[in-house]
Design a protein around this ligand. Structure first.
Ligand SMILES: [Fe+2]
Length: 246
């Protein structure tokens, strides 16, 4: 894919993106975009333990969002950049990890979206207090997209303390439930086309807690100029991270 589109390429891609977002809102997704990939052992074992210890100590610091369709906590990429976690996380935005993602998917132009997008790398926290009736989660959905290229969502599980053997993250490629083993997703990056593959986070049960990194990739990470799509994303960012920056 080209890095900077000319006017014709831009308008064609903008139109296709608008059409795509309209169609996937009504449940129309592409059968060619249902593959997903799992990259295992992302962090060294001692680094993962260090992160877990730090995250559990700081877990109250995340922004909480409790809207009807999504309950949970989040820290945006802009805040992560300045957090104490950054030295442990920064390799995820480096060339070596990018090459690993490209090898795993076979897409040699796949890369993280630009740094200015707080969704490039963010932290999501799901939990349920021991005495609460209902915990965090997000119901079945497909994501909207604001990039002219393919949108690849990556979920990297750092911590998942639940009573279940299956991961809280569930995907439905081709409309069929693909259950992932909890042991398999820990320290693994699950990569999927979030705007084409239905997915959810099963509700947390009392006492359960899950912390993941969310990464956003594209094979052509040029952000749309379309104001209505940008407004949509700003609203999502405000709900997730407490500010609407794109
Ligand atoms: Fe999603």
């Amino acid at each position: 894919m080209m890095a900077s589109p000319n006017l014709y390429q831009r308008l064609t891609a903008e139109w296709a993106l608008l059409r795509h977002n309209r169609r996937n809102k009504s449940g129309v997704v592409s059968a060619d975009a249902q593959a997903f990939f799992v990259i295992e052992n992302v962090f060294a074992e001692d680094e993962l333990q260090h992160l877990q210890t730090h995250l559990l100590a700081e877990a109250k610091a995340v922004v909480r969002s409790k809207v009807e369709w999504r309950r949970g906590g989040a820290t945006g990429g802009h805040e992560l950049l300045h957090s104490q976690l950054w030295p442990s996380l920064k390799f995820l935005v480096g060339d070596d990890f990018q090459a690993r993602v490209q090898r795993a998917t076979g897409i040699r132009t796949l890369q993280l979206v630009p740094k200015k997008d707080t969704n490039r790398l963010s932290l999501l926290d799901y939990r349920c207090e021991a005495d609460a009736a209902a915990g965090d989660g997000i119901d079945w959905h497909v994501d909207g997209s604001i990039y002219l290229g393919q949108r690849w969502a990556g979920i990297l599980t750092l911590f998942e303390e639940t009573a279940e053997d299956t991961a809280k993250l569930e995907l439905k490629p081709h409309g069929k439930l693909a259950t992932l083993a909890k042991a398999k997703v820990l320290n693994s990056l699950v990569l999927f086309r979030g705007d084409h593959v239905e997915h959810r986070v099963r509700p947390m049960l009392p006492g359960e807690h899950r912390i993941v990194l969310s990464l956003l990739f594209s094979d052509w990470p040029v952000m749309t100029f379309n104001p209505s799509l940008l407004r949509y994303q700003a609203r999502i960012n405000r709900i997730f991270y407490g500010n609407s920056d794109l």
